[in-house]
Design a protein around this ligand. Structure first.
Ligand code: M6R
Length: 614
């Protein structure tokens, strides 16, 4: 998730841009850059690495000028490098842009531009935007705003943009769709940024851009336009947050913010892969991985990972076996690397890691490669060791996750796994055309359904307020609900420090029930309709022994109303896709329990975000 800043005013722009970028550091980044107009020319300075490096370079060789844009890049297309860093310019260096988001149709646009002789310098999706603006700019005889509006009409995907033109040094043009932008009028000029903290030093009266809107910033005023260029009016909003809470976008913790970012993150993971074929039917297509014979003929898929990523792997097992009828083995990476597993050159090996730096996961990947396997990585971190060493990489596009407890990284991993399983199922003839249509439609609906769950967060907050002090919390489920139970228990123990475990509900009588008493809360994930009766019996078994209970199930299901103390309902999706939704209440429950217990959910004791040692 990149950070954007822009300034047009009466002071030197570069130091202002750098200070603003530092306020956006929390978003995560791997490179940084600025572009400043000095007289009639745009000067760009950008580099891989920390903002401090860029700052140092600017102190040694300053860029002068009172108009500029800045960027921190979180790589999605193309590795973190100087050349892929933003700003990007057109071929003549007269237009510069910074971009946050993903342009889903960039391959087509790039081919079209290349056919017109445009030479690309970077591997980014962003670079197409500046070349298209230039194309329309030339075609329109120099109408910059029109050129931007025409360009936006061609872009599929998400963007927040800030655009400089050396022909118009009196303005910055900004635009947004599905990525935040906020503008502010200060005493010494006008500012634009991805988030409020970057503006607070200069002003607390801000204008939030809505999707589809364009802002033209001048030194002393801001013009707001709709997608067709029509003038819009907007009241300013006064910000009275303290700076720390502003960096969390108004959320008290990064974890809560990241839980709430899941609809967008899942949509970002889905969008670039769910395309339309020539007959406008939905089709799953990974630009980065072709599901060739290696996949379709595979006799086995092996998935390996740690922690939350391992739980995504177990969901993968259920999904590949259900949808593509391929046997799957899932292994905890620290076990896989030492247990002398059996290798088969025809295996497909999938390694899942949000950070791409987990020591055990990397060792498991290397072991598989040494033994002849081709390794496919699912990760959120371009430029990570995993992404560099794996044979092919699928990015989850979750954006940076700051909270130690993985939330949006998990749901986007699961989304990628489903896309793979479903497409493989189609290719292997295991998923019929009508079923494929049903599943792809269901996947498209998930982000919105996730929003509906988040809207009911208070129910879980109240439930957590009643039960946060339970000595033991157990999660149970069957089929797809079992790995969700495992992830739910991990979330709760990580941040609330409550003793929490998960088991397959069918195992209840084989041991766990011995622990159940009135100090226990048992939460059942119940989304598999064929097994409702069995789960209802399991709940009766625990409540009759004094346990409190919670059931997470579909809206409209009444099978648990008289059985459980509390029922939390979800908008219904296909049973085999349920983990994408059913994990969200557990994440919220864990979060609220941690807060009730006075813990910092973002920095749980003894845990690190990235476990780079054994
Ligand atoms: O970066 P990775 O996905 O490889 O990390 C694996 C685990 O360390 C990680 O999922 C851990 O379990 C999280 N703290 C879970 O919230």
């Amino acid at each position: 998730m990149c950070g954007i800043t822009g300034y047009i005013g009466y002071d030197e722009a570069a130091p202002i841009l750098i200070r603003a970028l530092k306020k956006l550091e929390y978003r995560g980044y791997d490179s940084a850059g600025v572009a400043v107009i000095d007289g009639e020319k745009i000067f760009v300075r950008k580099m891989k690495g920390r903002i401090e490096l860029l700052d140092k370079s600017l102190l040694e060789a300053p860029l002068s000028g009172t108009v500029g844009i800045g960027h921190t890049r979180w790589a999605t297309h193309g590795e973190p490098s100087d050349i892929n860093s933003h700003p990007h310019t057109d071929s003549e260096g007269r237009i510069a842009i910074v971009h946050n988001g993903i342009i889903e149709n960039y391959v087509k646009l790039k081919q079209w531009l290349q056919s017109r002789g445009v030479v690309f310098r970077s591997d980014t999706d962003t670079e197409v935007i500046v070349h298209i603006i230039n194309y329309f700019y030339r075609a329109s005889g120099g109408a910059m705003l029109d050129a931007v509006l025409e360009t936006l009409k061609l872009l599929n995907g998400s963007y927040a943009l800030a655009i400089l033109s050396s022909d118009y040094p009196d303005r910055i043009i900004a635009a947004r769709k599905d990525n935040p932008l906020v503008a502010g009028l200060g005493k010494n000029g006008v500012f634009i940024a991805s988030d409020i903290p970057a503006l607070l030093e200069h002003t607390r009266d801000v204008i939030f851009l809505n999707d589809g809107e364009v802002a033209v910033l001048y030194r002393d005023h801001i013009e707001l336009r709709g997608g067709d260029g029509e003038a819009l009016k907007r009241e300013t909003t006064h910000i009275d947050w303290d700076i720390d809470s502003a960096e969390k976008g108004g959320y008290p913790h990064f974890m809560l913010k990241e839980i709430f970012e899941q609809p967008k993150a899942m949509s970002d993971a889905l969008g670039p892969r769910l395309k339309k074929d020539a007959s406008a039917n939905a089709i799953i297509d990974f630009d980065e991985v072709k599901l060739d014979e290696r996949w379709t003929q595979a006799r086995r898929i092996v998935i390996t990972a740690c922690g939350t990523a391992y739980h995504a792997g177990i969901i993968g097992k259920y999904a590949f076996e259900r949808l593509a009828r391929v046997p799957v083995e899932v292994d905890i990476a620290s076990e896989y690397r030492y247990r002398d597993p059996v290798f088969d050159r025809n295996d497909v090996v999938i390694v899942i890691s949000q950070s791409g730096e987990t020591a055990d996961t990397l060792a498991a990947m290397r072991l598989a490669k040494q033994n002849g396997a081709q390794v496919f990585a699912i990760t959120n971190a371009p430029g990570s060791t995993l992404s560099r060493e794996a044979d092919a990489v699928i990015y989850t596009y979750a954006g940076p996750e700051i909270g130690v407890a993985s939330t949006k990284a998990f749901t986007t991993q699961v989304m990628c796994v489903y896309l793979l399983a479903l497409e493989l199922g189609r290719l292997r003839g295991c998923v019929s055309a009508p079923a494929y249509r049903r599943y792809t439609a269901a996947l498209s609906a998930i982000p919105n359904q996730a929003r509906q769950i988040l809207d009911k967060k208070e129910l879980l907050q109240r439930f957590a307020a009643r039960h946060f002090n339970k000595a033991k919390v157990f999660f149970m489920g069957r089929q797809f609900d079992y790995p969700v139970s495992m992830e739910s228990a991990l979330k709760l123990k990580e941040i609330s420090y409550t003793h929490s475990e998960a088991f397959a509900a069918g195992e209840l009588k084989h041991g766990p029930i011995a622990l159940v008493d009135s100090s226990t809360l048992v939460a059942a994930i119940a989304t598999q309709r064929a097994l409702f009766e069995k789960i209802a019996s399991n709940i009766r078994e625990v409540t009759s022994r004094g346990a409190a209970s919670l059931v997470i199930t579909w809206q409209g299901v009444d099978s648990f109303d008289t059985v459980s103390d509390e029922v939390f309902t979800l908008p219904e999706t296909e049973g085999c896709l349920s983990p994408l939704l059913s994990v969200i209440p557990s994440q919220l429950f864990a979060y609220y329990c941690a807060v009730q217990r006075g813990n910092d959910p973002d920095k749980p004791r003894n845990l690190a975000k990235s476990v780079t040692v054994e």
